[in-house]
Structures are given as C-alpha cells and as structure tokens.
Design a protein around this ligand. Structure first.
Ligand code: 5RP
Length: 234
C-alpha cells in the first residue's frame, strides 16, 4: 500500500479513531489506502474481541487485508444498510469559509468507483487523513475511470475543457493501470478547481466515464490524525 505523504503515525491515529465509531452489529464500508488500512486492522482487533461486525470492501486491496485480519465480509446487495464507511482521501478542502468545505479528491489507488458507491450508500461517511491532505482548494489531478474503449474520446473531451489527461500507467509493468472493474484511469489536471460540484457534474456527463474522484458534499466528518492526536471536522 502506498504510504507517501503524511506520517504513518498520523495515519494510524486517524484510522484507529475512526474505527472506534464501529459499533456491535454494524455493517461497515472499508475504503482503500494506507490510512484506511489502519482502521481495517483496528476493526479486525474488535472482531477478534467478539464484536459482531460485517464489512464491505471497496477494492481487492482492502478485501485482502480484511480477510487477513478475519473480518466477516458481505456485499452491498446483501445488506439493508451500511452503517458507516471509513475511507481515505488524496485531498480534502479544509477551509472553513469555502463553499466546497469537505470536498475530496480520491482515486489515488484507482478504487474511487467502488469507494463512491459504498461511501455514499453509508448512513455516515468518515474520511481519515493526515495533515498533508488538507488544502484550501482542490488542485491535484482528478482520477477519472473510463471504459477501455472510451479512453481516447474522454481524453479529447477533457482536452476541450482545458484539462490535461494522462493515462495512468503501472509502475512495475509496461501498460496502463487496470481497475478492479476492468477499466482504465485518466488522471486529469485542471489546476486549482474553483467549483468542484460543477466540474463533478460535467465529468459525470461524459459518455464512457464510469466514475471520477471528486467527492462533493458526501463526507460527514474528517478525522485528521497528527503526531499528537486527532482533530475532527464536521
Ligand atoms: C484510493 C483512495 C485512497 O483513499 C487515497 O488515495 C488515500 O490513500 P492513502 O490513505 O494511502 O494516502 O482514494 O482510491
């Protein structure tokens, strides 16, 4: 799992604090990434202590970790509700005056399609992050998952919007990253994003786009781990 960016202590504090929200009988959505991994391990310990918890992973990676720590798994279409989702982010708007406060860029792990599905289905969605993720405006590239046949046509549409699309390639082998859903990812740079909700709507409307990594108005709280403790933003 990638661990670049913030300190692992900060990530662990955020993840473990969020895991404390998981109650007996809960169905919990498990996000993807190095911060959420700490929450998954803490939930595994709660299960080992006898808590009745079931989980819905959002990626192959989080599923493998959940299996490793013996968390019983279920599926979105097999449950009546998801009580809580815990997930990381690549960037979080943390300006109290910003209209887009709490908006996220996700998809660093190319899992944002399933993450959005599970995070938005949950009664409560908690973001876990370290301070390196906080920003006053979203400005990282937005991951856009596309059907393989659509990667050139979607890239053309992004170009026409004055974005810069780059097909994500695998680090260790020659070729593109393929998502758990069998699709490709275009990382699209738009500079500083003034209106994330408008950009999200525009991206969603492009034929061939499966899902993008802008999460606007979705998170209920952000738990920011630091080397000293955890700050909670609602
Ligand atoms: C995966 C994600 C991750 O949650 C995001 O990349 C943050 O990862 P990390 O906690 O390792 O920094 O969106 O698609």
């Amino acid at each position: 799992m990638k661990t670049d960016g913030g300190s692992d202590t900060a990530k662990r504090r955020a993840g473990e604090r969020a895991a404390e929200e998981v109650e007996d009988g809960f169905v919990v959505g498990l996000g993807t990434g190095s911060t959420t991994a700490h929450a998954i391990r803490a939930i595994g310990r709660a299960v080992a202590d006898g808590r009745d918890i079931r989980a819905i992973p959002t990626s192959f990676q989080s599923r493998q970790l959940a299996l490793e720590v013996s968390i019983p798994l279920t599926e979105l279409d097999a449950v009546d509700r998801v009580d809580l989702a815990i997930d990381g982010a690549d960037q979080v708007v943390d300006d109290p005056d910003a209209a887009a406060r709490g908006a996220l860029i996700k998809g660093g792990g190319a899992a944002h399609a399933r993450e959005k599905l599970v995070d938005t289905a949950a009664d409560r969605f908690v973001v876990v992050a370290d301070p390196s993720k906080l920003t006053d405006r979203l400005e990282r590239s937005v991951p856009v998952e596309v059907l393989p046949d659509a990667h050139t046509t979607v890239a053309d549409r992004i170009d026409a919007m004055e974005g810069e699309p780059t097909l994500r390639t695998a680090e260790r082998k020659d070729g593109p990253v393929v998502t758990d859903n069998g699709n490709l990812v275009l990382d699209c740079a738009f500079g500083r994003i003034g209106d994330p909700a408008a950009l999200a709507a525009t991206l969603s409307a492009i034929p061939g786009v499966v899902e993008h990594g802008l999460f606007v108005g979705v998170a209920d709280a952000t738990y920011i781990g630091t080397d000293d403790g955890v700050e909670v933003r609602h």
